[in-house]
Design a protein around this ligand. Structure first.
Ligand code: ZN
Length: 496
């Protein structure tokens, strides 16, 4: 049975990768009642499916795979306890092809050995490793290949997201070693810029997380048409709950810090980008420009639950107009139909957060159902905007120890509030305004609902008034960072 399923899944994986689309009718997850996406509409297949305890990545994670270099080839190997599927490009450049094929075989062998060792220690071990890739051409001079992996086995609490990068010089037909991509002695300024970009693009990254920053952070530097992308693999550089981070440097920005810079013409450095598309494609967050926080002025976090709705768009308009950010705790089943609004949140600098799939009280559910509520929502948010939430708010603010444990396992912090506007009850813009203006103070987390039109109306006066009173309207992650250690997974916060 298991073998058959694996074979079937493999065929489907190949099908989906060829068409680069979710095949919803035959999606493995839709035929798996216990799968994480069982409750979801069929077009929203989860990132991976669980079958008899074995996790297999749905290769359609790379829905928009870019294939500008080489022809697709790969390794496919499956057995009772371990399966491995690694896709990679072959180009006809012998040395390049050999290096990449050897890397793939090594990755497969290493993982296979690990599962065999696990078998000696535990009953019924299961594991799988998959990689899919993007390949880019840069001015017909270079190619960049990024291998995006997903590795899991029954001895791991969390799957691992390994990354491998190959940069190829098409003239010499050789792979450029990572150590030779940057000019010796010129990486200091790049690292400084990397630190700045990481902090300005990711409010959840605090300065002390960057203390260990050194040249090793440049190891996964990928050549792309628009510049060099530094990929920081999940858990290897920053706390793992922050996920994989990507930072793009244009070729112009890097100048002669890049050893091959002189071979690239300047015109490629100004490629205009649609922030929403970019973040959707490869998971990097678009970089909204935002002013640094003033430590001497009070901060507070406006939070909106139960959206996205039409009102959400109006609130984003107001934040844009007056300058401010908010946090949106969204119900997963509303996200897909309003993906543009979710993308706007990210582009505008607001924070996307998890409010379960369909607003069930989590304290009444078993751990598996809690996990499913959070996972499916996190997946759909990631799917539409490229950002995976690090915060969740339980419906009705209701949690217990089980909810905390699952939240900790899923690496999200639990956010309740210090100011309850009761906007859902009063449904009156003036009452909501009074509640916020009277109760707000430095460090407040304010509970509102963008489900209600009246709440949107209240914001027309609330947002400019708070700013006039000197408040900086920040996201919850920013608020918790300003106050100290940031949002720790599994911990409950009601204010900073
Ligand atoms: Zn709610």
């Amino acid at each position: 049975m298991k073998r058959f399923l694996l074979a079937m899944l493999s065929v489907m994986l190949i099908m989906t990768s060829c068409t680069a689309r979710n095949n919803t009718a035959s999606s493995p997850s839709s035929s798996t009642p216990q799968g994480p996406s069982a409750e979801k509409p069929e077009e929203e297949s989860a990132g991976f499916v669980e079958e008899d305890g074995l996790l297999l990545e749905d290769i359609s994670l790379l829905e928009h795979a870019v294939r500008e270099f080489g022809e697709e080839d790969g390794i496919l190997q499956y057995g009772d306890i371990f399966s491995c599927k690694i896709l990679y490009p072959v180009s006809g450049m012998i040395e390049v092809d050999q290096t990449i094929a050897q890397w793939a075989k090594q990755a497969c062998d290493d993982a296979s050995r690990e599962i065999e060792e696990l078998a000696a220690r535990s009953d019924n071990p299961q594991g799988s490793l998959t990689y899919n890739y993007n390949s880019y051409l840069i001015q017909d001079q270079f190619a960049g290949v990024e291998e995006i992996g997903f590795y899991t086995h029954s001895g791991l609490a969390h799957p691992i997201d390994p990354i491998a990068v190959f940069n190829i010089d098409l003239q010499s037909q050789k792979i450029i070693p990572n150590s030779e991509l940057f000019t010796t002695g010129k990486t200091g300024a790049v690292l400084e810029q990397l630190s700045e970009k990481l902090q300005s693009e990711n409010p959840e990254i605090s300065a002390n997380m960057l203390e260990a920053l050194d040249e090793s952070w440049l190891e996964n530097a990928l050549l792309k048409p628009e510049g060099v992308e530094i990929i920081l693999e999940r858990g290897s550089y920053l706390p793992s709950y922050l996920g994989t981070k990507r930072v793009l440097f244009s070729y112009k920005e890097l100048g002669d810090a890049l050893s091959i810079g002189h071979r690239l013409t300047a015109q490629s450095t100004e490629t205009p980008q649609n922030p929403a598309d970019e973040s959707k494609q490869d998971g990097s967050t678009a970089a909204p420009s935002r002013n640094a926080l003033d430590k001497d002025r009070p901060v507070l976090a406006l939070t909106f639950d139960d959206g996205p709705t039409v009102t959400t768009g109006k609130i984003l308009d107001l934040l844009e107009e007056h300058g401010g950010r908010a946090t949106f705790f969204m119900v997963g089943n509303s996200v897909q139909n309003r993906s543009e609004i979710v993308q706007r949140m990210v582009a505008q600098g607001s924070e996307v957060a998890n409010h379960t799939w369909d607003h069930k009280p989590l304290n009444k559910l078993d751990p598996q159902a809690i996990r499913q509520q959070l996972q499916s929502t996190s997946d759909v948010i990631y799917e539409v905007c490229g950002v995976r939430p690090v915060l969740m708010r339980p419906p009705y603010g209701a949690f217990n120890d089980q909810v905390k444990t699952v939240a900790s396992e899923m690496e999200v912090a639990i956010i309740n509030w210090s100011v309850d506007t009761l906007d859902w009850k009063t449904r009156d813009a003036a009452a909501t305004y009074n509640s916020i203006i009277n109760e707000a103070q430095n460090g407040s987390i304010i509970l509102c609902h963008d489900l209600h039109r009246e709440t949107g109306e209240a914001m027309v006066t609330v947002i400019p008034e708070l700013i006039a009173r000197g408040y900086q309207l920040v996201t919850v992650s920013e608020l918790l960072n300003t106050a100290g250690a940031g949002a720790i997974p599994g911990t409950v916060y009601t204010s900073a």
